[in-house]
Design a protein around this ligand. Structure first.
Ligand SMILES: Nc1ncnc2c1ncn2[C@@H]1O[C@H](COP(=O)(O)OP(=O)(O)O)[C@@H](O)[C@H]1O
Ligand SMILES: [Mg+2]
Length: 336
């Protein structure tokens, strides 16, 4: 048995129109170990959501998903039919999205919506079903669960709605939960509570989790390992503690430098100048080259491969070398 619940190898998600064709996700590989929380970070437009939709089989035509494999618990999801994927979602794989209001159905009570997958996948009904739903409401910290059971989504606050989403995602005891910016739409204090809840449930149930966020601060609170994405590619991976202590890729360094310092409320905005380039402007070199303070000639010519920089950390930068110095000024002087 593999120690990984998920292994993604060379995943490509392509969007084509008559005029253009590009890989929003461009040959990425990563894994999630059993019981682990993996963070996927990167600015808006880097391909994080497309990655999660690809794993869940939710990319809509004309988008196409290809690659070597998406191995989930020993099954290659790239080979499953639509029906088999539908069965898997909501039972073995749970999802939590950024905006609970758009994922919840406004005309059904929260109790009915949480019960839905239990009805379908676990064949529960009647009193047993209701008890299980009330228990789930309790587990996600919703007060007066018997009463809230009958409420509709619009009667709840944003934080409570996100708790309902978490209850739905967890209802059938999935092996993996994919949460895409689950706290981005919430107030800061509520954000912290929801993250705490997810962390707590994840460890209690021994589930694996992918937490997608643009916020490195969130990652440092909750995740074990980290995948940093930039313009459809993975640019750095490693254990969160190591990557945050010793980031290898200039993009990760930039993200880290943009975090607010402890005790300072203001975000240090725009530490990395410019924006993530649109796919039509990707060119042949490193996609971060135009924003990179360490750029050398080679960066405009070829895409750097992901290489090991330590036992557990990888970086896709022309200046990254195994076990050696990271991108620092000496190295840059030598490279120039
Ligand atoms: N359905 C789609 N059709 C065409 N392009 C898309 C579609 N969905 C996403 N994209 C493009 O794919 C890239 C990655 O998007 P996304 O995964 O949503 O980024 P992130 O979640 O990291 O902010 C962006 O350039 C976006 O415009
Ligand atoms: Mg997104």
């Amino acid at each position: 048995m593999s120690s990984n619940i998920l292994e993604v190898k060379n995943l490509k998600t392509t969007f084509s129109s008559r005029k253009t064709s590009f890989n929003a996700v461009d040959g990425i590989s990563f894994h999630v170990a059993k019981g682990e929380t993996l963070g996927i970070v990167g600015e808006s437009g880097c391909g994080k959501s497309v990655t999660s939709l690809s794993i869940m089989g939710l990319v809509k035509p004309p988008g196409t998903v290809s690659g070597d494999k998406i191995d989930f618990n020993g099954v290659n999801l790239l080979k499953l039919s639509k029906k088999e994927m539908r069965n898997l979602r909501g039972s073995k794989m749970g999802m939590i999205f950024q905006e609970p209001m758009t994922s919840l159905n406004p005309v059904y009570s929260v109790g009915d919506q949480i019960g839905e997958s239990l009805k379908i996948h676990k064949k529960l009904k009647g009193k047993v079903l209701k008890e299980k739903v009330v228990d789930l409401l309790k587990q996600v910290g919703i007060p007066r669960p018997d009463e809230i059971y009958h409420n509709y989504p619009h009667q709840l606050s944003g934080g409570m709605r996100q708790r309902v989403m978490i209850a739905i995602a967890m209802a059938c005891d999935p092996k993996l939960i994919i949460a895409d910016e689950p706290t981005t739409a919430l107030d800061v204090t509520i954000q912290a509570q929801i993250l705490e809840l997810m962390k707590d449930l994840q460890s209690k149930k021994g589930m694996s989790m992918i937490l997608i966020t643009h916020d490195l601060g969130v990652v440092s609170e909750v995740c074990d390992r980290l995948v940093v994405m930039y313009a459809g590619k993975v640019v750095e991976t490693g254990p969160v503690k190591e990557v945050l202590r010793n980031p290898s890729h200039p993009y990760t360094k930039g993200l880290l430098a943009s975090l607010p310092k402890k005790g300072h409320k203001e975000k240090r905005l725009n530490f990395i100048q410019g924006q993530v380039p649109a796919p039509i402007n990707w060119g042949n070199g490193c996609r971060f080259a135009d924003r990179c303070p360490y750029v050398i000639n080679e960066c405009h010519k070829s895409i750097p491969a992901l290489v090991k920089v330590s036992d557990s950390q990888e970086s896709a930068c022309h200046l990254a070398v195994e076990g050696g110095e990271r991108v620092n000024n000496d190295l840059i002087e030598t490279a120039r």
